[in-house]
Design a binder for this molecule. Structure first.
Ligand code: ADP
Length: 623
């Protein structure tokens, strides 16, 4: 174009202005005649199409068209000239031009018609659309990618604009609501929601637009399916909210599985508690009558018969322990175990447990030592019966998984607001990779291959009991060297003047005590207490009929009864046992005041000091 003007009928000044404008324009400008021959071109043609203006002048404009449009241009021009029917002239549109190098360039083409004297010419302005096309392609690509990702999500996702219109829904969403297009979503959702739910969701959406805090809500549809929904606000780049995206999760199978599991668990608990009665009652009878046989003097049993009865008794006790452990576990898992935590003298707890395990330690040739500091006289905040159960389990394991001539010892940490009681042993230890499985029920960590008896339930029960009493249990172990199990509970220094809860009992002559209780944990505690009182012999019966048989064989001096084990009143029981002194163990000792000197009520959980005091009073001092 250089020095040649585009138009010739302009003044020189105006001509110069136009020339500058055309030369510096960021668009390619071409002038063509009626036949399509290029008369003039500006320098931008080089930037846009690779041609210098001189290379274009004199050529037919169809050299700038992609091969598929070449030739058509002549036809358009002729058509316009003969019919006046414009295809592109007077308007603009996006088309493609051909670069000198052969590739296609996206452009916007605007063509206008000019009359120069009697000649008709056309001016074409080609704007570069490459950047815009690239940006549009990128957006299209990203949209496509997003759409693919959203559709690939197995969870329902939908977007609802704040005006209420649904603008996006993925396949999973359409499928979940059984529709084909997002336009059908509003109606489908409306039909699926139960009465009142739509209002609730609208209120949540409204709240979300106000505070922007993501919302989580569970929705159960009319057809019974439950979806967990997470709603998030979507904002324009400027920050203005315009829609809410909801991602759903069909929790129905999970909830069904949970209900199934709960039902199965309930069935298991029901079964176990039924079995508890069915198994324990006859087993207690077997044990009770075996005890009677062991003690019977007329007719005297032969040595072999006595051995048989001993064996029945020993195996029965073992079986009872197993049943009790399994039932304890079932109850704990079903959340049915109640623990009654109270402040209780730590020394009495530890001494009782150690005393209970001394016979086992002796039998296994293991030394068992209580190494509590002499001045430790405070209380632990525990359920005494349950705490003893835990300690007895730890001690019996420490003895069982030990070697002859090994050692087990119980220590206490420095007391503060908590106290840690640890049971250490010089036994076989536990491999590090097994420690994680220690509290799994029925997992014996390969001990099942040994001769050592057990069911792998004790530690699981102990651990859960400790947790339920708000305590902590920890373990350290070294294979071949030994283990240390520790439990930690709240502790307070003693508030009693004589602080240890005196469990001493001074009776001048031997007595038989008949104890009626069907609670295994209490039975264990009671047996422990009586081990301290050699002048007293404890006869245990879990039910009244057995107690009567025992009383006939060996008349007792005193009867102890757990109120929840029998249906009879204390008066009826006393009448049944010849008005013997009676101790009633009850949850509510103050409920029924009485002034009978031969009757004492003691509160549960059982305190050995209170028991000693009551026995002393009833057996000796009342006389
Ligand atoms: P079990 O009836 O088998 O003794 P527990 O639940 O009491 O069941 O213990 C689970 C397992 O942990 C045991 O079988 C044993 O392998 C291991 N274990 C527990 N205490 C000790 C210990 N003091 N030393 C070594 N191993 C132990």
């Amino acid at each position: 174009m250089d020095s040649e003007p585009i138009t010739t009928n302009r003044t020189r000044g105006t001509q110069a202005h136009y020339q500058a404008l055309v030369n510096s324009a960021a668009a390619a400008i071409l002038v063509i005649d009626e036949r399509g021959i290029i008369l003039d071109a500006n320098p931008f043609t080089h930037r846009l199409l690779g041609y210098h203006p001189q290379q274009l002048i004199g050529k037919n404009v169809d050299c700038l068209m992609p091969p598929e449009h070449q030739g058509k241009h002549d036809h358009y021009l002729r058509q316009y000239i003969t019919t006046g029917q414009a295809n592109i002239i007077g308007t603009g549109r996006r088309v493609e031009a051909r670069h000198q190098a052969g590739h296609v360039v996206p452009i916007h083409l605007a063509v206008s018609e000019v009359w120069v004297e009697d000649r008709r010419e056309f001016i074409g302005i080609m704007s570069d659309m490459r950047a815009l096309t690239q940006a549009q392609t990128r957006i299209k690509h990203e949209r496509n990618q997003l759409k693919t990702i959203i559709n690939a999500i197995a969870n329902p996702v939908f977007v609802r604009e704040l005006g209420g219109q649904y603008s996006l829904a993925n396949y999973a969403c359409l499928q979940a609501l059984n529709v084909e297009h997002v336009e059908q979503l509003a109606e489908a959702i409306h039909g699926a929601l139960p009465e009142g739910m739509r209002e609730t969701l609208n209120a949540l959406d409204h709240q979300l637009t106000l505070d922007g805090e993501p919302v989580h809500v569970d929705v159960t549809l009319r057809d019974g399916r439950t979806f967990k929904l997470a709603k998030t606000l979507i904002r324009h780049v400027e920050g203005e909210p315009y829609a809410i995206v909801t991602v759903g999760y069909d929790a129905t199978p999970l909830l069904q599985a949970k209900h199934e599991a709960e039902r199965a668990n309930q069935a298991k608990s029901d079964f176990l508690s039924a079995m508890s009665h069915e198994l324990r009652t006859p087993l207690n009878s077997v044990l009770g009558y075996a005890q009677l046989l062991q003690r019977s003097s007329s007719p005297r049993l032969t040595e072999t018969q006595r051995q048989y009865v001993d064996q029945i008794h020993q195996s029965g006790r073992h079986l009872l322990t197993l049943i009790n452990d399994v039932l304890d576990l079932a109850k704990l898992e079903a959340g049915k175990t109640v623990v009654n935590v109270t402040w209780y003298p730590v020394r009495a707890l530890v001494s009782d447990a150690v005393r209970t395990l001394l016979p086992l330690a002796q039998q296994q040739h293991v030394e068992l030592d209580e190494c509590l500091p002499a001045n430790l006289s405070g209380d632990l905040y525990v359920d005494p019966t349950r705490f003893k159960q835990v300690l007895i389990n730890l001690l019996s394991n420490a003895i069982k998984y030990n070697h002859p001539q090994g050692r087990v010892w119980v220590e206490a940490s420095q007391p503060s607001s908590t106290l840690t009681i640890s049971v250490s042993d010089t036994g076989i230890g536990i491999a590090e990779n097994r420690l994680n499985h220690l509290f799994e029920p029925f997992n014996r960590l390969a001990a099942e291959q040994s001769q050592i008896e057990g069911a792998g339930v004790g530690l699981a029960v102990s651990h859960q009991l400790v947790v339920q009493m708000q305590g902590e249990m920890s373990v350290k172990s070294q294979p071949g060297k030994g283990s240390c199990f520790a439990v930690t509970f709240p502790y307070r220094a003693s508030t009693r003047p004589d602080d240890q809860g005196c469990t001493c009992l001074r009776v001048s002559q031997p007595h038989r005590v008949l104890y009626i209780d069907n609670n295994s944990a209490r039975q264990r505690l009671m047996t422990d207490c009586f081990e301290d009182w050699p002048m007293l012999t404890l006869y245990h019966a879990h039910e009244l009929s057995l107690a009567e048989a025992v009383a006939l064989a060996s008349p007792p001096s005193l009867v102890i009864i757990a109120a929840d084990s029998v249906a009879a009143t204390p008066e009826q029981i006393q009448a049944q046992f010849g008005d013997k002194p009676l101790i009633v163990l009850t949850d509510n000792p103050c409920d029924e005041p009485h002034n009978k000197p031969t009757l004492r009520r003691l509160s549960l959980p059982l305190s050995s000091a209170d028991l000693a005091e009551a026995i002393q009073l009833l057996l000796e001092e009342r006389l």
